[in-house]
Write a protein that binds this ligand. Structure first.
Ligand SMILES: Nc1nc2c(c(=O)[nH]1)N[C@H]1C(S)=C(S)[C@@H](COP(=O)(O)OP(=O)(O)OC[C@H]3O[C@@H](n4cnc5c(=O)[nH]c(N)nc54)[C@H](O)[C@@H]3O)O[C@H]1N2
Ligand SMILES: Nc1nc2c(c(=O)[nH]1)N[C@H]1C(S)=C(S)[C@@H](COP(=O)(O)OP(=O)(O)OC[C@H]3O[C@@H](n4cnc5c(=O)[nH]c(N)nc54)[C@H](O)[C@@H]3O)O[C@H]1N2
Ligand code: SF4
Ligand SMILES: [Mo]
Length: 768
């Protein structure tokens, strides 16, 4: 078969509307009875009653497994019956489903045929139960023996003219052990091309925090929320994406704390919450979470914060006790320049940019002026902009002015996404080079790691497009749908010789592939991992930097799948054929030995096998200790930022893409977004009613979306218009359906994050 054989593959699958689509009023209480009902219905249907009950009782318990969904930490005294939420249970049901697919399934369906289905339909097929190969020019995946798969990879890696022709992507659902081995394998091959999902997620937080407070992780612990006087939740939808965070916010409120929500949308979880773990709560009217909600226009957080800080500065000028001057003098640098820069802006200009009422802003100012125990929590609403780094730094300015770091009940709290995305980075998944880490690898693991920085996600895509990557490997995830610019990214991936996916379930990443493609099926977090008769466990790091064990307990989806550490170890063993300093095979079968390697090479890890027991141990955190010695002048840094410049034309909107209540990133569990009142359809856009009127649109009209950057028009077709309470000039829609609009080359200059929350678009009524 000719090597130029082309499969005609749909990039995004089906775009028909569901005839059962309906919209309803948004639900105003998060969790509650409906959440419990949904949880049980979903898990029982996917996993059966026995497996569901067994697994749910163990999730997040002391000796159980860590929830595979988000990175929210587990309290030290978890509820013995249910330390999980609706979406944690959905994630479990999704991974521990009793539906399976194998080579016989792929024998019946061509790759092209499968690619016509929606992401929701693809995920529904269930777990992949044996290794599969799509040979060059073939239409079907077929089975392949593990050994043959590993030799194929080894052969392709050896055929490269430089190690930098390989790229190793990591999604954040892995474990410390697997991610460590994977990072070491990439380095041992000779490249730092290690893009990871973090590059699309909290990279801006890491960059912003490293520059200002010296560590790319948050400083607050979960317990700090309990007695904080003020918690700001900015650009985050915890009711859907970190549901157990609502329990912590509820505790804060019961202790007299105030919650400020800063978000273009009044998200349900921030409005009202009924704690499903408390009977009293369930019967009562629930807790109103946000005391003040500031419906900021998309990407105007800088303007909003500048106005708040200006008003605080004015109050401080009068009384001298609004800012923590002792802290500012002792621990910070750049205060005067920062204050002087605020004078460049008028209140009126800032206010008009924000779209928020001045009286609400004044309430926030009055509250903040009197309080010092402040925690700022944030997620994608702040990071996914062309100025994500500066946006976060403007919030950090507030933290520094109030001295709200390094003391109990204060701090920075970037709320992480994937359950081990933070751990992956800590144990070495990074595209940049840390000299001290390299030195320890050399000393303790016995090989020379590469010293040239590698690609992050947004660099990997054009590199693949230009044919610079021959082998593209993915430890989990769904790169083609998660990354921006779907069409361009798909073309990039198709340029590779070999793509390898270590995955649990089918996704579009298995259908848009290099010339040859492998699927290496792996265990989910909830599954028992028996290596030669010895039960293994894994460790993860939560959002607050705590390392904990995770013991799977369910029977694996198939006897023919392998654990992530074993797959990586055997792949490395096949590549090196016993000639490398690391004992790959041995490590792949005994994870205590991997943890010993981590302890020796990764700063902060110590006696991990021992200390990660129970509720685990905290990794050191310099900001928590008020240690800013790594920064210029040994001090935390104020930042002078600039508000965004979008220069929108009259017909342009800023598109922000977010998650529905029924998805985990590109994995679509269902077609409802209960809290926002949308049922049975995902191809929708949320619009302000005035904007609809001005554009001559009515409810459920069909529109096409376009973006135009540098003269390149990108499209996303067929979306139903839904009127919704959000600022004028902004349009909301779900990812991944709208990722095709987001250009790969307009990114934050420092963090390289794509602007998934502020892409300029136009809309047009679709032709009937
Ligand atoms: N169930 C479930 N849980 C998840 C995930 C999932 O898909 N499903 N994903 C996981 C992952 S990887 C991540 S990173 C997290 C994501 O968690 P979130 O960041 O909560 O996820 P998003 O849905 O992207 O929501 C972003 C929020 O930012 C707001 N926003 C948008 N633009 C702006 C802006 O300019 N300014 C402000 N202030 N707000 C803005 C949106 O209205 C929305 O409420 O969740 C994790 N947990
Ligand atoms: N427009 C837009 N784009 C975005 C975002 C956005 O808000 N808007 N959010 C971004 C963010 S925050 C993130 S984190 C990325 C997510 O990007 P990714 O992490 O790449 O995507 P996921 O959808 O989480 O990956 C799901 C796939 O992972 C595999 N999987 C699940 N569990 C396991 C496991 O235990 N092991 C292995 N090996 N595989 C497993 C399954 O095959 C599943 O189909 O997307 C980003 N993209
Ligand atoms: S809050 Fe996050 S980690 Fe906790 S159970 Fe829910 S999804 Fe899982
Ligand atoms: Mo994420």
């Amino acid at each position: 078969m000719s090597t130029t054989f082309k499969r005609n593959i749909s990039r995004t699958g089906k775009i028909e509307f569901n005839p059962d689509m309906r919209i309803d009023k948004p639900v105003r209480t998060a969790a509650g009875f409906r959440a419990i009902n949904q949880t049980l219905q979903h898990t029982f249907k996917e996993m059966g009653v026995f497996r569901s009950t067994k697994a749910l009782f163990n999730m997040n318990q002391e000796d159980g497994f860590r929830c595979p969904s988000c990175a929210w930490p587990v309290p030290e005294n978890p509820s013995k019956i249910a330390e999980y939420c609706e979406n944690g249970a959905k994630a479990l049901a999704d991974e521990a489903t009793t539906k399976y697919i194998d080579s016989a399934f792929f024998g019946k369906h061509t790759v092209e045929e499968l690619s016509q289905l929606s992401d929701f339909e693809l995920n529904k097929f269930g777990r992949i139960t044996e290794p599969l190969v799509l040979r060059e020019g073939k239409l079907h995946y077929e089975k392949i023996a593990w050994d043959e798969a590993f030799s194929l990879i080894a052969k392709k890696l050896k055929a490269m003219s430089s190690p930098d022709e390989a790229t190793f992507y990591t999604s954040g659902r892995s474990s410390n052990e697997a991610a460590f081995l994977y990072g070491m394998f990439a380095r041992a091959v000779g490249t730092n091309n290690m893009p990871d999902c973090s590059n699309m997620c909290h990279e801006s937080s890491g960059t912003a925090l490293s520059e200002t407070v010296g560590i790319g992780k948050g400083s607050a612990k979960m317990e700090d929320l309990y007695e904080a006087e003020v918690v700001i939740v900015a650009g985050q939808n915890p009711g859907t994406n970190h549901p157990r965070m609502l329990t912590a916010l509820e505790k804060c409120k019961k202790n007299g704390g105030k919650i400020i929500s800063i978000n273009p949308l009044a998200e349900t979880g921030l409005i009202n919450f009924k704690n499903p773990q408390k009977v009293g709560d369930m019967l009562g009217s629930g807790t109103n979470i946000a005391d003040i909600h500031l419906p900021v226009k998309v990407n105007e957080d800088i303007a909003l914060m500048k106005l708040i800080l200006k008003k605080l500065a004015l109050l401080d000028e009068g009384s001298g006790d609004v800012f923590d001057h002792e802290f500012i003098t002792k621990y910070t640098h750049g205060y005067k320049e920062f204050l002087a820069d605020l004078e460049n802006y008028t209140d009126e200009d800032l206010l008009s940019r924000t779209g928020v009422s001045e009286s609400d802003i004044n309430k926030v100012v009055a509250l903040l002026s009197k309080k010092s125990k402040i925690v700022i929590c944030w997620a994608m609403g702040l990071t996914q902009h062309k100025n994500g780094v500066e946006t976060i730094q403007e919030y950090v300015n507030l933290i520094l002015l109030k001295g709200a770091i390094g003391k109990p009940f204060t701090g920075t709290f970037p709320v992480r996404g994937h359950s081990n995305v933070q751990g992956d980075r800590t144990v070495g998944i990074m595209h940049f080079v840390k000299e001290d880490f390299n030195a320890r690898i050399k000393e303790h693991l016995g090989f020379d790691p590469p010293t040239k920085p590698g690609y992050d996600v947004m660099e990997a895509i054009p590199a693949m497009h230009q044919g610079k990557t021959k082998v593209f490997m993915c430890l989990g995830g769904n790169f083609v749908m998660a990354a921006a610019d779907t069409e361009y990214t798909a073309e990039a991936i198709e340029n590779c010789d070999l793509t390898v996916q270590i995955s649990t379930k089918l996704n579009r990443g298995h259908l848009i592939t290099g010339k040859t493609a492998l699927i290496l099926p792996t265990f989910g977090r909830s599954e028992k991992d028996d290596q030669n008769g010895k039960l293994q466990y894994l460790t993860m790091e939560s959002s607050t930097g705590k390392v904990r064990q995770s013991h799977g307990l369910l029977k694996p989806a198939s006897g023919k799948i392998k654990s992530e550490p074993e797959i990586i170890a055997l792949m490395a063993d096949a590549y090196f054929n016993g000639t490398h300093a690391m004992p790959w095979k041995t490590l792949g079968h005994d994870y205590d030995l991997i943890r010993e390697c981590i302890d020796k090479t990764v700063k902060g890890f110590e006696k991990t096998s021992e200390r990660s027991k129970g509720f685990g141990y905290y990794l050191p955190n310099s900001a928590r200790e008020l240690d800013f010695s790594m920064l210029p002048h040994g001090k935390a840094q104020f930042t002078v930022t600039k508000p965004a410049e979008h220069n929108l034309k009259p017909d342009e909107f800023l598109l922000f893409t977010f998650r529905s209540h029924d998805q985990f990133n590109t994995t679509i569990y269902g077609l409802d977004d209960r809290y926002r009142g949308v049922y049975n359809e995902r191809r929708v856009v949320f619009m302000n009613e005035k904007d609809m009127h001005e554009h001559d649109l009515v409810k459920l009209d069909t529109v096409d979306l376009f973006s135009n950057y540098d003269g390149k028009v990108r499209t996303a077709k067929q979306f139903l218009v839904i009127p919704y309470a959000l600022p004028q000039g902004n349009i909301g829609a779900y990812f991944p359906e709208t990722n095709s609009l987001i250009p790969y080359n307009h990114i934050d200059p420092k963090s390289h994050q794509p602007m998934s929350k502020s892409t300029k678009i136009t809309i047009q009524k679709a032709r009937a």
